[in-house]
Design a protein around this ligand. Sequence first.
Ligand SMILES: Nc1ncnc2c1ncn2[C@@H]1O[C@H](COP(=O)(O)OP(=O)(O)OP(=O)(O)O)[C@@H](O)[C@H]1O
Ligand SMILES: [Mg+2]
Length: 252
Amino acid sequence: MIVLDGVSKSFDAGQTYAVRDLSLSVNDGETLVLLGSSGCGKTTTLKMINRLIEPTDGSILVDGRNVTEQHPVALRRSIGYVFQGIGLFPHYRVDQNVEIVTKLAGWPADKRRRRVREVLDLVGLPPAEFAGRFPDELSGGQRQRVGVARALAADPKYLLMDEPFGALDSITRDSLQQELKSLGKRLGKTIVFVTHDIFEALTLAHRIAVFHEGRLQQVDAPQKILADPATPFVRELFAKPARQLAALERGN
Ligand SMILES: Nc1ncnc2c1ncn2[C@@H]1O[C@H](COP(=O)(O)OP(=O)(O)OP(=O)(O)O)[C@@H](O)[C@H]1O
Ligand SMILES: [Mg+2]
């Protein structure tokens, strides 16, 4: 379980806050989606969980231990991270891009090689075809799959995914969403997934945390948010999908 308690982050000594007084927990086995528009603090929140960014205030517990008391490298071993954008090393082949994580985790070479093949299969990139390619020899969707494979490689309990399917056409995006859903279920991962796409949030989330200008507006199951938005901002944000759902239910 991940617990954030009163977490704030200012990059300018307290003049403005990227994240303000955030309290939130992520339950084991759930997919929690952080939803909000550009600049509302989603990436900052994600990066504070694995100490790529240090909070200005508050505490973050992963499995009951404060992250500041854990070595960043050990912490990141238990937390897979899919970066916003692609984040692959362009001069590494696909297999090397994935293997790097298991290397950092200190796995022996034969176990690493087996694991690389296993996770590439898992994300639908047969190693015989894809392991030896370079990132610029892949489509955008295939690159994003490599990002997901890399995050899964060291078999972390937690996955932090920062807009992993951004910049994809809606059909590819839809199929990756469905695959992630079944992967999450099959592997029992606890996932924090960032998006600014309401439909993606509704598709993937057990619960959605809605952010606005660094503040948490509401965290609830999708149905609950649609039926009972906690703030005017949330109401407005979900008004359009709520109207579309109502129209679908009426059959027009
Ligand atoms: N290293 C940094 N130094 C200064 N300000 C920063 C830094 N990182 C983020 N910020 C600011 O903090 C705020 C939140 O940024 P963050 O990256 O968390 O937003 P986001 O919700 O992920 O947005 P997007 O959807 O565009 O990725 C923004 O105003 C951003 O400019
Ligand atoms: Mg971001």
